[in-house]
Write a protein that binds this ligand. Structure first.
Ligand code: TTP
Ligand code: MG
Length: 441
């Protein structure tokens, strides 16, 4: 009779169990985790289940057992929906009219961001008591590194995590799913395997076999463009990448190819870095004359994005959230933010994102100030210069770094983008430029 390490997610009993038994020997619960590496793994990803919807259901017991959609705010799309509503095919980002058609009896609730942020902070506080290495990824998910904490907790990471999931449910009334593995890439994949109220483990030994049949789009940073390029070249599953010589992947796709080769084998060296002191960096400028049309505002925006990018590069930082700030002549402030899939330090990406946000704010309002800022700032020293992951971005990154190189040697004005070129005698320029750094929240 062979035995395996087990943990009961209900009564938290831990020990060895015969392979033939699938219930907890202490409490009889079927919610038992078994895995040969269960007591060794220490990198986790935790993600709340149907986050906004779970919070609303918690706060209104009449909604239990009913389909609930959160959305219909300013953008007219679904933010999320509960798992019951998902059975009708509703998904995040779907237009509300389509969601209503799919599930006419769903209760629709407008998002209450202040409430969700409050709960997110409470979850974060609970995580912070377990390890200093908590890295939030978004409002409802975070990585935790519990390596070396066993002596403090007198319990292996798997037990600490199961207890955390149980406590979050008991104290805050919402459920989370946990992924436990040996690196970030796999922990994040694992947390999605068993949702909702899940707990999935991916060990070292099964990493290759686990990844082999999966689509390449499972690899983080592999977006639509890269998936299509790889598909045209005959790569559809991660296994096909595993089988392919690394040198050839590198020859075809450069640095991206080297990353694909490593990630296809489940190798990910990124560390979990706490962003407890989450910083924001921003640049803003006040105009001498109010501006209301896209072109001149966009020119100022480009100048600010270049400055901001310069500072991020100098400090070896990347950021995953871009915020545009506009102040009207009546001193009304508008801020619009966008989360990036791939953190960046590139002026080009900051500018593209800023322009998209700006375009929506051109409605005849006269502005006296424009600013661009980033938050979700990470150290780019170790881990990924993530802008290399997508070939389309990698090309922009290469062009921008070439420009930086020339500027580094011959001074900032050695290369001036056409849009920013201005004869020295030009009478109207921007007013003072303010650059700030501070806490994001
Ligand atoms: P997710 O974790 O992607 O989704 P979820 O928590 O609702 O569901 P799951 O169980 O699959 O994890 O996002 C967290 C929250 O972010 C989500 O509750 C609502 C918000 N959100 C949006 O507002 N728009 C979006 O397009 C997505 C994907 C999420
Ligand atoms: Mg979630």
């Amino acid at each position: 009779m062979t035995t395996q390490a087990f943990l009961c997610r209900d009564c938290l009993a831990i020990g060895k169990i015969a392979n033939s038994i699938d219930r907890c020997p202490t409490c009889g619960s079927p919610r038992v985790l078994r895995h040969p590496e269960l007591l060794k793994l220490s990198v986790a990803h935790i993600d709340c289940d149907a986050f906004y919807a779970s919070v609303e259901k918690r706060d209104n017991p009449e909604l239990a057992g009913k389909p609930v959609i959160i959305g219909g705010g300013t953008r007219g799309v679904v933010a999320t929906c509960c798992y019951i509503a998902r059975q009708s095919g509703i998904r995040s980002a779907m237009p509300m009219f389509q969601a209503r058609k799919l599930c006419p009896n769903a209760t629709i609730i407008k998002p209450n961001m202040a409430k969700y942020v409050g709960i997110s902070r409470q979850i974060r506080a609970m995580m912070d008591t377990l390890t200093p290495l908590v890295e939030p990824l978004s409002i409802d998910e975070a990585f935790l590194d519990l390596s070396g904490t066993e002596a403090v907790h007198r319990a292996p990471p798997v037990l600490v995590l199961a207890r955390l999931a149980r406590d979050i449910q008991n104290v805050l009334g919402i459920t989370v799913s946990v992924g436990l593995s040996h690196n970030k890439f796999l922990a994040k994949i694992a947390s999605d395997l068993d949702k909702p109220r899940g707990f999935a483990v991916i060990g070292q030994a099964e990493t290759l076999d686990f990844l082999a049949p999966k689509p390449i789009s499972l690899i983080y940073g592999v977006g639509k463009v890269l998936t299509e390029t790889l598909r045209r070249d005959g790569f559809v599953t991660i296994g096909q990448l595993q089988q392919h010589p690394d040198e050839d992947l590198m020859r075809r796709y450069g640095e991206t190819g080297a990353r694909l080769a490593r990630l296809a084998r489940g190798q990910d060296v990124r560390r979990i870095s706490s962003t407890r002191e989450e910083k924001s960096v921003s640049s803003e400028t006040t105009f001498n004359h109010d501006l209301s049309t896209f072109e001149p505002l966009s020119t100022e925006l480009l100048r600010l994005c270049e400055r901001l990018s310069e500072r991020l590069k100098a400090k070896k930082l990347t950021a995953d959230t871009v915020t545009l700030k506009l102040k009207s002549t009546g001193f009304r402030l508008r801020t619009r933010a966008r989360h990036l899939m791939i953190p960046t330090q590139l002026a080009n990406i900051l500018y593209e994102t800023g322009q998209q946000l700006l375009a929506r704010e051109i409605d005849g309002t006269a502005y006296r100030l424009i600013g661009i800022g980033v938050s979700g700032v990470h150290n780019a020293l170790q881990g990924d210069p993530s802008d290399l992951l997508e070939p389309a971005i990698a090309r922009k990154a290469a062009a921008e770094r070439a420009m930086d190189h020339v500027r580094g040697r011959f001074g900032r004005d050695a290369v001036v983008r056409g849009k920013l070129y201005r004869p020295k005698t030009e009478p109207t320029g921007p007013g003072p430029t303010d650059e700030t750094e501070g806490k994001a929240r």
